[in-house]
Design a protein around this ligand. Sequence first.
Ligand code: PGD
Length: 770
Amino acid sequence: MTQKPVMHSAHWGAFTARQQGERLTIEPFHGDPDPSPLLQNFHNVLHHPARVAQPMVRRGWLENGPGADPRRGNDDYVAVSWEQAYTLVARELQRVGDAYGPEGIFGGSYGWSSAGRFHHAQSQVHRFLNTVMGGYVRSVNSYSSGSASVLLPHIVGDMNEIARRGVSWEEIARHSEIVLAFGGLALKNSQVASGGLSEHTERGFMQQAAERGARFISVSPLQSDLPDEAQGEWLALRPGTDAAFILGLLSVLIDEQRTDEAFLARYTVGWPQMVAYIRGEEDGTRRDAQWAAEICGVSAATITDFARQLHGKRVLVTVAHALQRAEHGEQPVWLGLVLAAALGQPGLPGGGYTYALGALGHYGKHHNLVSFPALPQGKNGIDRLIPVARIADMLLHPGTQFDYNGRRLTYPHIRLAYWAGGNPFHHHQDLARLRQAFCQLDTLIVHETAWTASARHADIVLPATMTLEREDIGGAPTDRHLFAMQPVAQPYAQAQDDYTIFAELARRLGREEAFTEGRDARGWLRHHYAQLQEKLAAHQVTIPDFDQFWLQGVIELPQLKDGGRMINAFRADPAAAPLPTPSGKIEIFSATIASFGYENCPGHPVWRAPQQQPDAEHPLWLIANQPATRLHSQLDFGDYSLSGKREGREVCSLHPHDAAARGITDGDIIELYNQRGHVLASARVTESIMPGVVQLPTGAWYDPVDPTALRPLCRHGNPNVLTLDIGTSSLAQGCSGQITVVQLRKYRGELTPVQAFIPPQPVSYSTEII
Ligand code: PGD
């Protein structure tokens, strides 16, 4: 069948699409100057065998009923009808709700889902659990910015103001002299923005700035963290040591009286404590260039010279999400701000501190005058939460206390977890431990488009439509285009929209009206669009009516050009526009954080060596970063993602020295391992990575040879088998998955093909009992 092209949008770009048989042809949005190759992942996925075709129930759960079960992840599945699936899910929700109330249900359902604002799966789960079940145990913060989002409000202000509304790319192109990017500015990251990204402009802005003479300096163990267009410089340092590096820089600036004392006195609190710490007045350890050199693997002379080069220049400091996704990840975020302040830069055009520039396509962009309405979540009847990355701790240790951002909280006892739009067996650390945690549940229900590892651990798997199979509206607060996401194809097999599934469950549980408010999906789209019209009308802005919008496929929204507004106003008049911190200033020392008494995150930024250190057994750092060929684990079976693999396995980069020392050549299958498990990958030998460091991106679907093994072997290349499941600190309890330590060798065991994309075949089973 060949159809007319229709407009659609994804987190990685807008496009028109046309179905031709089982494949799609895709044309990037005409206004996009630098479309993302991730669009190619849509070509082959609509009818891929990895799709979930029908509702399925885990055999052990059918036989024994709800309850802890070590077979999760290693059991058969039984195909059931939608009628049977609805009966089972509604009955189980009723049982858990009656016996334990919302405190027995975990509805965090973390995950990126797809770009449409109405069918956003996590919002659908939350609304359903609030309006139908009276609430749920929730999760707070994200795997992306778990520690920064907790830290930044204490020391400067809301993360949104210092990231999304930070210094704009336009200003950088015009004014910055040095862009000092800790963790780099890799385009693979900024090609993505939640809700969509119609114009990929980072490459162009970097080119403009570089042509004007701006210097881009990427401080990172990986050369690939900066695109060619930036004509940048690469300063390689050991993973996880940026905080020590910045302390070394500060020490040079202090000793050589190159700090902007007037700025520090007027706009910050706590500089004297910082100086005392750097000089070792507290404990006798001077954090100078030599001290930093030994930690970072960068010479003291380089650190000294580097600090001098920053002095007197319009410097913009940015710290990537990746750096705070590690033990003590709060520290480089804090120190990046301190460095910018010490140089007197915040609030100057193209200078200062902007958090996570380039980490997503949202940052450094302009904000829409008004934002598109989100699906209302309803009211959660309880206030129980966990920081999102503490899920395994919660399931394994109910009733145990933990610290979080000045509070002492207790893990609830969860009986049922409901997940839609996320893939915990992609995003979480130490997957063997995660499996044990999920085995404690009575019931795990998952809506999925495809048979991810998370679906394979569920008790009830409901087939969800993918974005291409339904209508929605796509837009992000930093994107001037709003898209009518028109359906490209019919739903695959028996797949249904998350909304349809929840509406039917709500009906069976007697709460249909509360959940749907009498609207079908199109009704909600019209409703939200009307709300947008109303908000714009208040600013005397008119947009076409819904039908016209739907016909056109795209409209343009008015934007504000107010990047850096909070800091600019503060610099102009700190008394009139104080920062939303307790002192109203940049807090180099935070009395609030100090009052929490956390050894792992005291009142001013510090260097704390992580508990994971390379040693004789595990001598290599592993960087498990974002992939370049897909968004997280989404569409790992898509054409573009597959094209990046070798013989179906993920590719691991390592330096020629480390390869030679182990007799490894390019293209060998290697085994990375540590005390948590083993991972196979294809070796790429390259000089664009530091010696002593290897890199394996996230997102290859977990494919354990024996899912029940205590130290499983993933034959596909999922690095989260190896990463450690600990919080960044007691302050934020963020995800620490970015780096870990490993050993590796040429793989000499039995090599079985990757099976991650082969779905479970339903076993025959009498479903009369349902
Ligand atoms: P995705 O692969 O985007 O990963 O973790 P996240 O769980 O968000 O998962 C989204 C899932 O939603 C996919 O399985 C997709 O099939 C499904 N889906 C898409 N659309 C729909 C829909 O409409 N309905 C339903 N029901 N399902 C849908 C990402 C997380 O991983 C993030 S944000 C970060 S930043 C972290 N990064 C790292 C890292 O750098 N290093 C490590 N080691 N670990 C990380 N984990 C984190």
